[in-house]
Ligand binder design. Structure first.
Ligand code: PLP
Length: 451
């Protein structure tokens, strides 16, 4: 293994150096790219030199999502301590189902869950776990809600017409999960959002009433704290009141915006989160932890056991359920996604994470201020969000995003809200500074002018 660790360091150093000289990989057509690389798998072994070359070429041709020029998705920025935790978790290769196999890593996960629960402000006992992504934590919440509403369904299958509610700005996984959960995509009511991307709570209540009158069974609301396109926060207090009136399950999808629980300045955005039945947050988005680390908590610990536990004599041979988290997880074998986030949190403290989050918002403010004082730009997004959505002159957003990538200048995507299509700049890399924002605009404008 020592030899491979040395090889890892050699390749990693080349990557880091290449990343600072060329923050965007020159893209190539799929077939063309594959023809440069040695991906063929042969019957015979190859030499270590040939192996290292194949691996290095592959790494250097992979899109650099951690560089200062990546603004394309809701993650970015390499926090070294989190990477150290991830590398050690890979080396240990524990599986997080039992204390017998996970050892103290079970405690690491529980520590994170306890602290997140406290930051959300739950005053009840919570149970939770870490799953492979925000789509999956959304799914877990839906399964718990379904099983609480209709406990029989776990045994005989779903026989009732359950209805879920979410906003038109929520994550696409909600509909997909409805199909997985067996009640069907068409039974998700998509509620229109207001002009700031927040779910219209008046329409939510109207839809619930209409469904009740027509004999359907409303059971679940998925509210979003930090929508994918605009970064908007639904009015969680108002939605919780509706939940109380109709006795539904309220899940708060804070996969993206949940990071504000760390910030005294921005925590108000998520006011009401502590009223949720379940809450999820991705440490791999605003919190700079490698993909994936999605945390879900519920104030109904028994629901986690009801929905996810199953006896397995070959596996659960020691200790009690509380320290055998396989009993409350979606998977059997489960990666240790806790250590990387714990390593980051342990090293910089809660205050360090708060600074990271506030810095992302500061960079977003700086970016918005530039756009607002420059009449060539039109801004479509709002304050208190790290998503900056804009257009420049008459330039087609799709065209410029493609050109910026093909010229290996910047990686950035486009989005849509209601009838407007725009460029969507994500200020999620907490390693960036105002200099990278200035560089962004300089590069962006020069390419836009070419168009
Ligand atoms: C609001 C929201 N929820 C859930 C998800 C899904 O998270 P993941 O990509 O970890 O599955 C996303 C992803 O962007 C998101 O923006």
């Amino acid at each position: 293994m020592k030899e491979e660790l040395n090889r890892f360091i050699r390749i990693a150093e080349k990557l880091i150096e290449d990343e600072s000289n060329h923050p965007v990989v020159k893209p190539a057509d799929y077939d063309e790219l594959l023809s440069y690389l040695d991906l063929e798998l042969h019957d015979e072994a190859i030499s270590d030199e040939a192996f290292e070359k194949a691996l290095t070429d592959l790494v250097l041709r992979t899109p650099k999502t951690q560089s200062s020029a990546f603004f394309n998705q809701l993650f970015g920025g390499r926090r070294p301590k989190a990477y150290l935790g991830e590398l050690l978790a890979v080396l240990l290769n524990t599986s997080m189902y039992t204390y017998k196999v996970g050892g103290p890593m079970i405690g690491v996960e529980k520590q994170i869950l306890k602290n997140i629960s406290r930051l959300v402000g739950f005053d009840k006992l919570t149970e939770g776990t870490i799953a492979p992504g925000g789509s999956m934590t959304n799914y877990m919440s839906m399964l718990m809600a379904r099983d609480k509403f209709d406990p029989e369904s776990r045994f005989i299958g779903l026989q009732k017409r359950l209805i879920a509610y979410t906003s038109e700005e929520s994550h696409y996984s909600v509909k997909k999960n409805a199909a997985f959960a067996g009640f069907g995509r068409d039974n998700v009511r998509v509620i229109a959002s207001d002009d700031k991307g927040k779910m219209r709570t008046d329409l939510l209540e109207q839809e619930i009433q209409k469904d009740l009158e027509e004999g359907y069974l409303p059971f679940y609301i998925n509210a979003t704290a930090g929508t994918t396109v605009l970064g908007s926060f639904d009015d969680l207090n108002a939605i919780a009141e509706i939940r109380d009136r109709y006795q539904l399950w309220l899940h708060i999808d804070a996969a993206y915006g949940g990071a504000v629980i760390f910030s005294s300045k921005y925590k108000h955005l998520i006011s009401g989160a502590n009223k949720a039945d379940s809450f999820s947050i991705n440490a791999h988005k605003m919190l700079g932890t490698p993909i994936t680390c999605s945390i879900i908590l519920t104030v109904h610990p028994e629901c986690m056991y009801d929905s996810f536990s199953n006896d397995a004599e070959y596996l659960y041979q020691d200790d009690h359920d509380e320290i055998n988290p396989g009993k409350i997880s979606l998977q059997c074998g489960r990666r240790n996604d806790a250590l990387k986030f714990w390593a980051l949190w342990k090293s910089i403290g809660t205050k360090g994470i708060e600074q990271m989050v506030d810095h992302e918002f500061d960079l977003a403010d700086y970016t918005r201020a530039y756009i607002r004082r420059n009449s060539d730009y039109q801004l479509y997004s709002f304050d208190d969000s790290i998503n900056i959505c804009f257009n420049y002159k008459e330039v087609d957003p799709e065209k410029i995003c493609t050109l910026l990538n093909t010229k290996a200048k910047l990686m950035i995507g486009h989005g849509r809200f209601k009838e407007n299509k725009f460029i969507r700049l994500i200020m999620v890399n907490s390693n960036n500074s105002k200099a990278e924002v200035d560089h962004f605009f300089k590069t962006f404008e020069s390419i836009a002018e070419e168009i």
